[in-house]
Design a protein around this ligand. Structure first.
Ligand code: ZN
Length: 512
């Protein structure tokens, strides 16, 4: 127990040190979904927008649709490609709104087939964007409209076309979120659902400028007062400077899927209206640049600003003790991610860590500290519903944890069920037994196989509550999806991936 108290004391001292550090920089990520492949006018809007930013010394993030990259190449717009290429290049699906969109084709999928299907359909477009923009890596991906699915995020690390994967998910939506801040989920760094930390200005209403300036200034001041600053997300589409109506609504509204021969460009604004919108946006940018708290970042910067330190540094003994005690204390009310100073542990991280501790103890192997923590995904299907035995004996624990470690190493995800002999046990209930066993492990105390270790009973995975409940507006709010479109299986898969959810924390060097 003294060891635990020392760890907690150290933690309090570290937290106090951060809280007294004073005003923090606030980061702004400006991103543009670059997607209208129908109007040649949109190419010019992209060029003008990219240059407007570059002239101001600003770097933004352009998420480019595969077909948009291909039409820029076909139309010989090397000038547009070069201008966009001065910014970070991300990916925004292969055809964006042509049906089936990602949520439509993933609606009935499980995990592995969904990841494979996303790669099959979207991988070639990602390869085209990389080739045409001559970038070795794509900075991020984000979904068309509300066509979100966790399988798309899970696919990013292994996207066959990108040797190092796509490290970030950058978009907006309601399906998952964590207190309006960046988070880790399904193997990627997510900037998504920033809520009150997301803002924009109407480009076409002159009266919108001053209120928008006041709004973003207010967000910046609020975040600067918080210990680790924060991130403001601002996004547009280049086509908003030229369109009266969105390019895809004209063609693919509510499930409509005309053949390519019948695609038509949307109605356009007059050149004077476009000019006015660019002038107003320039004024908004100049205001942002004048705010002392603000630093502009791109999606390519995010992995350095928010590193997942436990992947490189491992877990310390104090952290292992803390997560053990926490799981045992919380088992009746539910288990959650664990946040420390600059380091956070998802439930998947805790499962990895404690299964490693218990495997070492039950086999007499030496535990290497700090303990390496790999990035596991969540289970691929719901847990078994039969009731879990009250306890597990040491022999069964030793044998099952060996099997679990092998599963984690070969599959890279939390098992949907842990087999205790013939009995299937939910992984959250098993995690409680792992904590009970880890808690028994004291220096000089050998593993006693005849001991019993309590298991959890229907242990609640609390991060699953951060996933949206199924409703008509989660997916059906996007004008491109069919009227009333719902995808409850996507949300079920999303809840399983809540095992991987945890806050993204600033690098120690990033807070000045
Ligand atoms: Zn889009």
């Amino acid at each position: 127990m003294r060891r635990l108290l020392t760890a907690l004391g150290l933690l309090a001292a570290l937290l106090g040190g951060v809280a007294s550090a004073g005003a923090s920089p606030v980061r702004v990520i400006l991103w543009f979904d670059t997607e209208d492949y129908l109007s040649p006018n949109d190419d010019d809007a992209c060029l003008r927008l990219a240059n407007l930013l570059t002239e101001r010394g600003l770097r933004a993030t352009f998420k480019v649709v595969g077909e948009k990259a291909r039409v820029l190449e076909q139309r010989g717009r090397r000038d547009v490609i070069a201008a966009l290429g001065r910014h970070a290049i991300g990916y925004h699906a292969n055809f964006h709104s042509v049906h089936p969109t990602p949520s439509e084709y993933l609606a009935e999928c499980g995990w592995l087939d969904g990841v494979a299907e996303f790669n099959r359909r979207e991988g070639p477009g990602a390869a085209d964007v990389r080739r045409i923009f001559r970038v070795s890596e794509l900075a991020c991906y984000g979904q068309p409209g509300s066509s979100w699915a966790p399988q798309a995020i899970g696919a990013l690390a292994g996207m066959a076309v990108a040797p190092h994967g796509v490290p970030c998910y950058l978009d907006d939506g309601s399906q998952v979120g964590l207190e309006n801040r960046p988070f880790w989920y399904a193997g990627a760094l997510n900037v998504f659902n920033l809520g009150v930390n997301q803002t924009r200005m109407d480009l076409h209403d002159p009266a919108a400028l001053e209120p928008a300036k006041a709004r973003v200034g207010g967000i910046a001041r609020r975040l600067a007062a918080e210990a680790d600053g924060g991130l403001i997300s601002i996004y547009y589409h280049p086509c908003e400077w030229i369109h009266r109506e969105f390019w895809d609504g004209v063609n693919f509204r509510r499930g409509a899927n005309p053949p390519r021969e019948q695609w038509r460009p949307p109605p356009q604004l007059t050149p004077a209206e476009t000019d006015a919108a660019f002038r107003q946006f320039a004024q908004y940018l100049d205001h942002l640049r004048s705010l002392p708290e603000i630093r502009f970042v791109t999606a390519a910067d995010l992995p350095l600003i928010y590193p997942d330190l436990i992947r490189t540094e491992g877990a310390t003994r104090e952290e292992l003790i803390r997560m053990t005690r926490r799981i045992l204390a919380d088992r009746a009310s539910g288990l959650d991610f664990m946040v420390g100073t600059k380091r956070a542990f998802s439930l998947a991280d805790q499962f990895d860590a404690l299964s490693s501790v218990v495997a070492a103890w039950t086999t007499g192997a030496e535990l290497k500290l700090p303990l390496p923590i790999r990035g596991l995904l969540g289970p691929d299907s719901p847990p078994p519903t039969n009731s879990t035995p009250k306890a597990i004996d040491g022999y069964a624990l030793r044998d099952s944890v060996g099997d679990v470690r092998n599963y984690l190493a070969t599959q890279g995800r939390i098992p949907a069920r842990v087999m205790i002999g013939a009995i299937a046990v939910p992984p959250a209930d098993y995690l409680v037994a792992l904590a009970a066993a880890a808690d028994e492990q004291q220096p000089g105390r050998a593993f006693a196989p005849a001991d019993n270790f309590p298991m959890g009973r229907q242990t609640v995975v609390l991060p699953a509550r951060r996933i949206a409940e199924d409703s008509a507006k989660v997916f059906g709010g996007w004008i491109i999806h069919p009227e009333g479109f719902r995808a409850p299986r996507i949300l079920e898969q999303a809840r399983l991936q809540a095992w991987t959810l945890k806050p993204a924390q600033l690098a120690p060097s990033a807070n000045h």
